[in-house]
Design a protein around this ligand. Structure first.
Ligand SMILES: *Cc1c(COP(=O)(O)O)cnc(C)c1O
Length: 411
């Protein structure tokens, strides 16, 4: 399948009525928005596991390609199940529109790369997910897009890094894995004053606890692989923004380069959204209880949880987040050897580099997600050899605390 003509409307238009749910509260939107109920009246959303679509006539096919006829053409461009997921995400987040991608990294790459051209400049906070840092630091400069990495907590550094050709500022908050909380509203003001847009990777905060668009960001991206699926099954991603940004920069890029979300994965993620609020609330409650149980333990050095009063940016957390997230960072005293002894002694909690799952997961960032960084870069970010990232699951919190304390006793 190939085509070169730019469609009159880049936005897919389903032929089934989209439910009117925008006026409901957020939890209700998570369950009902974007459902395209067919003539059979199914309760659960149908899965349109199809590559393409057939037309009544050559004329209809032509009209579909010009955008004059509503409906779908090819699942690389759009698909009813993928559309439902996008619509539910957009209504939930309060964005004008959304586009889904095969992975979180496809969403991050599209949001950063697609609007830029050689000669443009990007400013990003240096504390970020390893692959995001690769895109900003290694990939963009190869195509003539320069980037400057700043200490995201230092507003002065954002200000000073901006150049006349800065088009995009990028950050994640809380940061991975050290859980610094960056002031999204203030950074958005600095970016806008300099003529740049702010793109926020909101995975660690989750859409339940932080709404970057309301805080002033222009674009929000998610790895749906994390809390949105939340049950360890599918990869996925989503870019949310204004209609203008998506149509001008994202729609054609995704359609023509092809990092499309599979309809099957879109269906799983759509069902994941229905339980997202209760899962994230429970996981956050567990994380808060565990952070309190571990803080001050003699085998633990620094412990960072955005929900605690001793978090270094507690005031910013209060200003922009509804709660402290599902993740905790802490340092096992004694470096890598003791950190590994601790990880290997856990019985219930699983070692995995994933996060946001129903199962509690722990990772050692220095040897996994941030292994690629030079030791000095890790040290600068506060990722010591004893640092552990813990993602709280849905188990009973007492079982989790007991597992953690028993493993610390082996250190
Ligand atoms: C996991 C993650 C990504 C990448 O998502 P994938 O779905 O694995 O491609 C990007 N940013 C953050 C903060 C993440 O945690």
């Amino acid at each position: 399948m190939s085509e070169t003509k730019t469609p009159a409307s880049a936005t897919p238009k389903p032929t089934i009525a989209i439910p009117d749910t925008a006026h409901y509260r957020r939890e209700t939107r998570l369950v009902h928005s974007g459902s395209l109920r067919s003539q059979y009246g199914e309760t659960s959303e149908a899965l349109f596991l199809t590559q393409g679509f057939v037309y009544d006539s050559a004329e209809q096919c032509e009209a579909r390609f010009t955008g004059d006829d509503a409906g779908f053409q090819y699942s690389r461009f759009s698909n009813p199940t993928v559309f439902s997921f996008e619509q539910r995400m957009a209504e939930f987040e309060g964005a004008e529109t959304a586009r889904a991608t095969a992975t979180g990294m496809a969403a991050v790459t599209a949001a950063i790369l697609a609007p830029l051209r050689a000669g443009d400049h990007v400013v990003a906070s240096k504390a970020m997910f390893g692959s995001c840092r690769y895109v900003v630091e290694d990939l963009l400069p190869r195509y003539g897009i320069e980037s400057t990495l700043v200490d995201g907590l230092d507003l002065d550094q954002w200000q000073k890094a901006l150049r006349p050709n800065t088009r995009t500022c990028f950050l994640e908050s809380p940061t991975n894995p050290t859980l610094d909380v960056l002031d999204i509203g203030e950074i958005a003001k600095i970016a806008h004053a300099g003529g740049a847009r702010l793109v926020v990777d909101n995975v660690f905060a989750t859409p339940i606890w932080q709404s970057p668009l309301e805080l002033g960001a222009d674009v929000v991206v998610y790895s749906a692989t994390k809390h949105i699926d939340g049950q360890g099954r599918c990869l996925g991603g989503v870019v949310l923004s204004s209609q203008a940004f998506i149509e001008e920069h994202i729609q054609m890029y995704l359609r023509q380069t092809g990092p499309s979300l599979s309809p099957f994965n879109a269906w799983v993620l759509l069902k994941g959204l229905e339980t997202l609020a209760i899962r994230v609330r429970q996981q956050t409650e567990n994380a808060a209880a565990i952070a309190d149980a571990l803080a001050g333990h003699p085998k633990i050095g620094r412990l960072i949880y955005p929900g605690r009063a001793d978090h270094p940016q507690a005031a910013t957390v209060k200003k922009q987040m509804g709660a402290g997230s599902t993740l905790i960072g802490f340092e096992v005293k004694g470096g890598k050897a003791e950190a590994f002894r601790f990880l290997n002694a856990l019985k219930l909690i699983k070692i995995s580099n994933n996060l946001g799952d129903a199962k509690s997961l722990v990772t050692h960032p220095a040897t996994t997600t941030h292994q690629r960084l030079k030791p000095e870069a890790r040290a600068e970010l506060g990722i010591s050899e004893g640092f552990i990232r813990y993602s709280a699951g849905l188990e009973h919190k007492d079982d989790l605390v007991e597992d953690l304390i028993a493993a610390l006793e082996k250190v």
